[in-house]
Write a protein that binds this ligand. Sequence first.
Ligand code: BGP
Length: 525
Amino acid sequence: MTSDHSTRASSATDAAAATDPAPAGATGAFPDGFLWGIASAANQIEGGFDEGGKGLSQADVIPFRTARDYVDISSLMKATDASIAEAVATPGTAGYPKRSASDHYHRWEADVELFAEAGLTAYRMSIAWSRIFPNGDDAEPNEEGLVFYERLFTRLRERGIEPVVTMSHYEMPLHLVTEYGGWANRDVIALFERYARTIVTRYRGLVRWWLTFNEINTTLIEPYTGGGVVEREAAPGVDPRQTSYQALHHQFVASARAVRIVHEVDPEARVGCMLARMAHYPASSDPADVVKAQFDNNMNFVHTDVQVRGDYSGTVRRFWRDQGIDVRMEPGDAAELAAGTVDFISFSYYMSLVSSVSPEKYGATGGNLFSTIKNPHLPTTEWGWHFDPEGLRYVLNGLWDRYQVPLFIVENGLGATDELVGQVTGEGDERVDTRAVHDPYRVDYFVQHLRQAREAVADGVELMGYTAWGGLDLVSASTSQMTKRYGIIYVDADDAGVGSYDRIRKDSFFWYQRLIETNGAVLDD
Ligand code: BGP
């Protein structure tokens, strides 16, 4: 896979399926009731950033930063006190792509019709916390925000689409960032708990699938994006990772409380954690590289260890000791973590990474959230991400073997430059719209990954569903580009937010429709 398009490789299930293994279905090789869908995040799709009583979120203050070198994407996602102050003083949407995003806030009804036409049985989305509690610590929730999602969930269900809802996807109220210090402040746990109780109670019966924190491991990688922690110099002698681990611990406690709230308020509902699964391969068969890869994998598993097993692993406890990191825990925390374990693991999978004790021997390439050593066996996407479908089978088997809980792939997809062809002529009855996007590279990406997912199912992995990232083109989390397109539905807007915002079905839309219709049998075509 290179930047050349021609070579670019491109269910509404019963709640009980979360705990009872489902047999492979009669059609395709995916279990009956498999959840087929697409995925999004409020801050990347909604727009309407200052409407309906919504407060500013941490995403609304991230400006468009051009990225010539995608190996260094972390610089694009950071925020400082100065950058936030400048953003707050800047009205409107210009220069801040996540403020307008895909304009789903105004077009959601038509979007849901497209989702239904695609035959989705699930739609993964997030609630913008700042629509419900504009400042995070408000005395009362914002009714207009609650009604927005209520109508959306109701319509989705009417169309046979199960909402799969992330409580927090990189969109904490900005007030909690600036006035509380984000998740580094323990007081945020109680505010999140109240938010979680509010939405779970209000949407009881409408939402049966909850995820607590999107890619919870992001807090260690990008503390602002994952934890609302603004970049500041650490106090002398303090490891800067101290704050990230503290913030993460607070999120774990908050997640455990949210899990208990879901179980208590709606016994029919199921709740999962969400991990950016970063599979590390050793760069060589040198045992030192193999052990380094094992360590890197175990550090990625820290998050599922806590959320599924209910405790921190020996690997991370030793790491803290070695690094002088001291995570403050309250006496009741261990019991809370143990009592708030999830029903299933959801995860994103885009690529694999490579570990070595001598990384300088190898070149680097771009990646999801951070760059990695280049794997000579793998092609890369336009954005430098390894293209590794077999890695998905490896990841599924690894998670299943380690935890033995149902798995849900809630993000996987190809960010690519698409070309819109055709045009609109005439008006009214004379209107002819020939616009299309021919994206065989995206279909190829799905085919290759889903064949590997199917292999994993045949290996015995209990897989609940697959929601392709994007669905509708949306603003990139890392690079804030609209033109890094993930969707099966094109959104006619550019990186500056200029365009008609019309929705155009890509060729991959029609393929995805057949994928769902056949429960995966189309993978053999
Ligand atoms: C994940 C995030 C998503 C999404 C995706 C693609 O890390 O959960 O929000 O954006 O990656 O990444 P990007 O948008 O940076 O290309």
